[in-house]
Design a protein. Structure first.
Length: 256
């Protein structure tokens, strides 16, 4: 197993096969040394954004998530973490600006309540979202505000004990799709539908649904499964491989 601090040494190269999406999970409660390394590789813009957080836990989570993102991307690009430069789309979606990249690389980052997910793929647009399952947040009033009528009806049909999971399956799938589009909050969440019943195949109902496919994943932590996530990527010929940032190369499994 590779220690987390070793990620910041650019002496190894990660190979990303064609038609494979790497989804990395990373706990954000890192030790002081790793936190300092994360701060050291951030850009001035990222440090400035971190300082805007009022709560210390939010600031440290932001720093760890973006430092880990840079450390991961550096292994694919064969460069230093601090040397990576980003460009941003009209609505803020980041992309790599790196003339020496071995192949076009796309990525997306999400983090929630101590856990980050980074999705990386070649030559495709991608979006990822991860959320902690919080039953107190998964009420029907919030669903009515953000979900489509089809999704609200499906949520109501779930047994009471599955509704929180179904709510966050829906939420992550919708967020991942919007992030893949790169339109952020400008795209209405109730303007398309996803399926949300736990254990059933994922479906997307949107004007461009033929362009995309969705897969959900469940990041595991020592305390068990506390979060759910989803990744949306162009095409339907890709597979997901889940990996653990703390254990370099330790796959969590591959899903068709």
């Amino acid at each position: 197993m590779t220690q987390t601090k070793d990620w910041f040494r650019p002496d190894a190269f990660l190979v990303l096969p064609q038609n494979v999406v790497h989804v990395w999970g990373a706990a954000l409660d890192v030790d002081r040394e790793t936190q300092e390394k994360c701060v050291g590789v951030l850009s001035e813009n990222e440090r400035s954004r971190a300082e805007r957080f009022v709560l210390e836990r939010d600031r440290t989570s932001f720093i760890a998530a973006h430092g880990i993102l840079r450390a991961l991307l550096a292994r694919y690009l064969g460069c230093t973490a601090e040397g990576i430069q980003f460009t941003y789309g009209p609505y803020g979606k980041p992309a790599i600006s790196h003339p020496q990249a071995p192949y076009p690389l796309s990525f997306n980052l999400s983090h929630s309540h101590g856990l980050a997910a980074v999705a990386v793929v070649r030559n495709r647009e991608i979006g990822v979202d991860v959320e902690k399952i919080r039953p107190e947040f998964a009420g029907e009033d919030i669903a009515k505000r953000y979900f489509s009528p089809t999704e609200v009806a499906e949520l109501r049909r779930l047994p009471e004990e599955r509704r929180a999971e179904g709510f966050f399956l829906c939420w992550t799938r919708k967020e991942a799709y919007v992030k893949a589009l790169g339109e952020g909050l400008h795209f209405p969440l109730d303007g398309f539908s996803v399926s949300l019943t736990p254990g059933e195949p994922v479906r997307l109902r949107a004007e461009d649904s033929i362009r995309w496919s969705i897969q959900s994943f469940a990041p595991s932590r020592p305390s068990g499964v506390t979060h759910v996530g989803a990744v949306v990527c162009e095409g339907n010929d890709w597979t997901v491989q889940q990996l653990d940032w703390a254990g370099f190369g330790e796959a969590r499994g591959e899903r068709p």
